[in-house]
Design a protein around this ligand. Structure first.
Ligand code: NAP
Length: 247
């Protein structure tokens, strides 16, 4: 039996086990199982691996996507640029880290834009782990971007700046929410932005996938924008992880 699983803490809201268990069943993959491994500290990872010799693949989620890097033997070049790992392949005790959020987001964003002209610029809301994969995708697609943060570092925008300007939102065609705002059960929360500046030419991408239409996306619907939630990205990053593990 090949064992796969997810590390993070806490893990009660994770959809990964359901996704992979369904996939294994649907595709007749009989030699694989997927478990949740909540770790109170990332220092418990070597123990987990030592006591589960059949473990061949792990996903990594909050709060360990960055902390796990120091425990790996090798890092995929894309994960190195991003500075975060969400997938580990274990071969003969050797751990290699990858970032499949990058591939999940890139494929989904490209599909979302479709045949329409690629947006020239973007605002990334939030500066956490997922925003780093988003940033790398925008760089690779030559889309200019600014981060919006509650505590902006140099070069980043504050929500106050965006709100007090008549043009940050109106002149930026792609707005990407990488904050947990709007995620169930806090479905009413959303970033504070001058949503009245939205037009039908704006693209709103929300990494949140539950609910399917977040409060942020509802603002886009009201202004007739193009909207997208994070479900396709979630499936895309899981499939990209499977391709790495099953090679
Ligand atoms: N669809 C997918 O496949 C996928 C993949 C990864 C993540 N996600 C989702 O993306 C979201 C973020 O994940 P993450 O791993 O990046 O989390 P994270 O590391 O905790 O970062 C989230 C960032 O959002 C901002 N933020 C947090 N709370 C906020 C609040 N109350 N108001 C405004 N901003 C707030 C913070 O940036 P500042 O401090 O700079 O404001 C924070 O760094 C989660 O909901 C996660 O489920 C989805």
């Amino acid at each position: 039996m090949r064992k796969f699983g997810l590390i993070g803490y806490p893990l009660s809201h994770s959809l990964s086990k359901k996704y992979f268990t369904n996939k294994f069943e649907k595709e007749g993959i009989k030699d694989a199982e997927y478990e949740l491994y909540p770790l109170e500290s990332i220092k418990d990872l070597p123990n987990l691996i030592a006591s589960n010799p059949d473990l061949v693949g792990l996903n990594v989620t909050i709060p360990y996507k960055e902390q796990v890097i120091s425990l790996l033997d090798a890092l995929d070049p894309k994960a190195k640029v991003i500075g975060a790992v969400n997938t580990i392949k274990i071969e003969e005790g050797k751990l290699t880290g990858y970032n499949t959020d990058y591939y999940g987001f890139k494929d989904s964003l490209v599909k979302f834009i479709g045949a329409k002209p690629m947006p020239k610029n973007a605002l990334i809301l939030g500066t956490g782990g997922a925003s780093k994969a988003v940033k790398a995708v925008l760089e690779d697609l030559a889309i200019e971007y600014r981060f919006v943060s509650r505590k902006p570092n140099k070069g980043q925008l504050s929500y106050e700046e965006v709100n007090s300007s008549p043009n940050y939102l109106s002149t930026t065609s792609l707005i990407i929410n990488t904050t947990p705002l709007g995620m169930s059960p806090n479905e009413d929360s959303l970033a504070e932005l001058p949503y009245d500046q939205l037009t039908k030419d704006h693209f709103l991408y929300d990494l949140v996938y539950k609910p399917r239409k977040t409060a942020f996306m509802q603002k886009g619907i009201a202004a007739k924008c193009w909207i997208k939630n994070g479900l396709e990205m979630l499936h895309g990053q899981a499939e990209a992880a499977w391709e790495i593990w099953d090679k």
